[in-house]
Write a protein that binds this ligand. Structure first.
Ligand code: GDP
Length: 438
């Protein structure tokens, strides 16, 4: 889907606008102090066109940090969205921060739409008109809270938003798209440099210099791969606060463009909550997954400490990563190049699973076999039966079961497990949905 990102200072009404566009009240979740929203990606629809709405404004910094935080939002939006909504409070007028962001936004060729919010009344429209001075073209006066002007704004958005994201267009038959993920210092840029076959200088994003291309095409094992959002990997975010929020925003946005994720894990450190959280984001996105354990050069020797760490790591993997035991694992060193060649077959396997389609006839034969071998337990005098099943889609494989009653979660897990036993699906999440027919 094409991606529309929302950027703006705190308090200009970004969440109100998000809610208005989604046409419903989303719970605003206070997760960590400062983080006003824990979700960033929403599926939106207008006039039967669907797009992904990315709310980059979830981190509301204190007064000192506003410049940097809004600049980070803009940077991410420019890199990863197909179009940007820049929201300004028409009643306040452009501030220094707004002007700073405008400079960033004007460096992109992507469409930027200027939204003049809080125009609750027609008499306030002249205030909106004064925003022409920002040089972003026509300001669109809206009242996110009352809904005024939002329909016109969205009509206009659809005229500039591509039908499918630029990404999806390239995708057909083109190189497969990989997101390289992991917490800071796990070795993402080292791996990227190694894969690209040269040491590159990290290009800083000075005003006036051209931007890094966001994605890079890299040849591995005789085949070209697109690594998405490499700019995000090469560029270091200069944020004292909110860096985690922007890191997960980038992770989500990169996943939106990718088909498969490589999650890097540093073997010299305990598997952390952050590692698990990143894997969670991959699962939520429905992308294929490969786990790459990095820095093995520091664990290879016969040294007692290293041996102990190896043993402990095995235990951590069993405990913390049991839910993704289906993901291919490679033990690599971005630094020495150890076993990097194993990454490609792992990626290919994961993508092949992700693309798999099981013919309906075969799937139903399998269901008949499973239910004969292990019928669903009787619940309240009734035994729910599976009437029919089909694979609704691939990428990732998604199955639908038509049943006469709700299946126990345990029973659904049993079916998922058997599907994996039979077909492998290594590296791909699989989804089993249920439709109850009365
Ligand atoms: P990023 O933040 O994920 O991009 O991580 P970097 O690629 O910048 O790496 C962080 C640090 O870990 C740097 O000092 C690297 O030299 C080091 N590093 C990365 N990969 C390896 C590896 O495989 N082995 C060792 N020993 N060090 C590594």
């Amino acid at each position: 889907l094409p991606v529309l990102a929302i950027v703006g200072r705190p308090n200009v009404g970004k969440s109100a606008l998000v809610n208005r566009i989604l046409g419903r009240r989303e719970a605003v979740v206070q997760d960590t102090p400062g983080v006003t929203r824990d979700r960033v990606n929403y599926k939106a629809e207008w006039n039967e066109r669907r797009f992904t709405l990315v709310d980059t404004g979830g981190w509301e910094p204190d007064a000192k940090g506003i410049h940097a935080a809004v600049a980070a939002q803009a940077e991410i939006a420019i890199d990863l969205a197909d179009a940007v909504l820049f929201v300004v409070d028409a009643m306040v007028g452009p501030t220094a921060t707004d002007e700073h962001v405008v400079k960033l936004l004007r460096s992109t060729k992507k469409p930027v739409i200027l939204v003049a919010n809080k125009v609750d009344d027609i008499r306030q429209e002249p205030e909106a008109a004064s925003l022409w001075s920002l040089g972003l073209g026509q300001p669109w006066p809206v009242s996110a809270v009352h809904g005024r002007g939002v329909a016109d704004l969205l009509d206009h958005v659809l005229t500039v938003l591509p039908e499918v994201s630029a990404v999806a267009k390239e995708q057909v038959g083109g190189p497969r798209r990989v997101a390289l993920l992991g917490r800071p210092n796990v070795g993402k840029s080292s791996l990227l440099n190694r894969a690209a076959g040269e040491e590159r200088v990290v290009v800083h994003d000075l005003a006036g210099t051209t931007r890094d291309p966001v994605d890079e095409q890299i040849e591995l094992a005789g085949r070209v791969w697109t690594f998405v959002d490499t700019a995000g990997i090469r560029r270091r975010m200069n944020l004292a606060q909110g860096a985690d929020f922007y890191a997960s925003l980038r992770t989500s946005a990169a996943l939106e463009k990718a088909e498969v994720a490589v999650v890097l894990i540093d073997v010299t450190e305990p598997i952390s909550e952050q590692d698990v959280r990143i894997i969670e984001l991959v699962l939520e996105s429905g992308r294929a997954l490969v786990l790459a354990f990095n820095k093995w050069d520091l664990l290879d020797s016969d040294d007692g400490l290293e041996r102990e760490r190896r043993r402990y790591l095995e235990r951590e993997i069993e405990q913390d990563l049991a839910h993704v035991a289906w993901a291919p694992r490679v033990n690599i060193s971005a630094k020495t190049g150890r076993h990097l060649e194993k990454l490609v077959p792992a990626l290919e396997l994961a993508l092949q699973s992700w693309d798999t389609r099981i013919p309906t006839g075969k799937f139903n034969a399998l269901l008949a076999e499973l239910t004969a071998e292990h019928p669903h337990p009787v619940r309240g005098g009734k035994q729910p039966r599976i009437l029919f099943g089909t694979q609704a889609s691939s990428r990732p494989p998604t199955f639908v079961l038509f049943t006469t009653g709700f299946l126990d979660p345990q029973y659904r897990r049993f079916i998922t497990r058997r599907l994996r036993e039979l077909y492998g699906f290594e590296g791909s999440p699989i989804i089993v949905n249920m439709r109850v027919r009365e």
